[in-house]
Design a protein around this ligand. Sequence first.
Ligand code: G1P
Length: 321
Amino acid sequence: MTAPHPSAPARAARAAGSVRTVRKAVVPAAGLGTRFLPATKATPKEMLPVVDKPAIQYVVEEAAAAGLDDVLMVTGRHKRAIEDHFDHAAELEQTLAAKGDTVRLDAVRDPSRLASIHHIRQGDPLGLGHAVLCARRHVGDQPFAVLLGDDLIDPRESLLGRMLEVRDRRLGSVVALLEVPPERIHLYGCAAVEPTGEEDVVRVTGLVEKPSRQDAPSRYAVIGRYVLDPAVFGVLERTPPGRGGEIQLTDALQELAAGGTVHGVVFRGLRYDTGDKADYLRTVVRLACERPDLGPEFVAWLRDFVAGLGGTTPLRRNSAA
Ligand code: G1P
C-alpha cells in the first residue's frame, strides 16, 4: 500500500466543504488477458502500455480526477507488477534524481501520488460480480465506483463525475450506457430503459448480460463505469453463476433494477476500447496522434504510411519506416 495523497479535485471538494458520499473506487484487474497472449503470459493485461503508460494508470487517473482518492485493485495472478507500478521505486528515483532528469522522475512518481492504492486478491477468477464482492470489507457500507480497465474514457470527458452527481441526487446505483450498433450488443451487458426527463439520464428497468441481437432489450450497452450502492453486496452474495459460469455483476444489478434503484447515464463522448487486439491498436494510434509531444511527427508519418498502403499489399513500402 502506498501513502495516501488526496487528488487535487478531492482536496478542492473538501476545502469547499462539499465532500462527496463516494470516495472509494474499485478496479477489478484479475482477468487472464488470454486475448493478448503471449504478451500477457507474465504481465497482467492491465499493464500493457497505451503509448507510454499502462492502461490501468489511465483508469486510476480518471478516478482521481473525479475526486476518488481511495482505489482498491482486485488482482489475480501477477499482482506484483501492478503493486510495484503504484508504489515508490527508490532505486530508479535516486538514479533519475542524480541525473537531474526531473521529467522522468515525475513520470515515475506520478502513479504513487494519484490516490491511496490498496490491493486485494480475488483468489479464484469467478467473474466480475465475484471481484466486486471481494471489495466488500474494504468498501464498507458506502456507495463506491467500479472502473473496468478495458474501457478508457478520454480525460477531457467527465462521465464519472456526472455519474457521481446523479448518484448523489437519485441514490441507488448508476451505470454508464453507450448506444452501440445492434450487431455489437452481444459483447456487453444491455439495459432496458425508460426516460427520466433529464436528457442524459434514464431509469434502468432491466439488465441482461451479453444478449443475442434478437433478445437485446435495447441498443444501450453497459460500459465499464459503475457507481454502486452497497446494497449490491447482499445481492451478489446470493447471485448464482450466470453467463459463462461466472458470477455476473449484471445479474446482481438486474435484481436492483427490478426494485427501481438503478439509473443510467448515457455517454456520448470519447471512449477507447482496449479489450481486443484491433481495438487496442486503434486506441494506441488515436492517443499517440493526440499527444502534443508525439502527435505532429507521428501523424505526418501515418499519413504517408496510409497513402503508401495502396490496395492489397500493405507491407511492401513500410518495412524500413
Ligand atoms: C463486462 C461486463 C459487461 C459490460 C462490459 C463493459 O464484460 O460483464 O456487462 O458490458 O464489461 O466493458 P467483459 O467485457 O469483462 O466480458
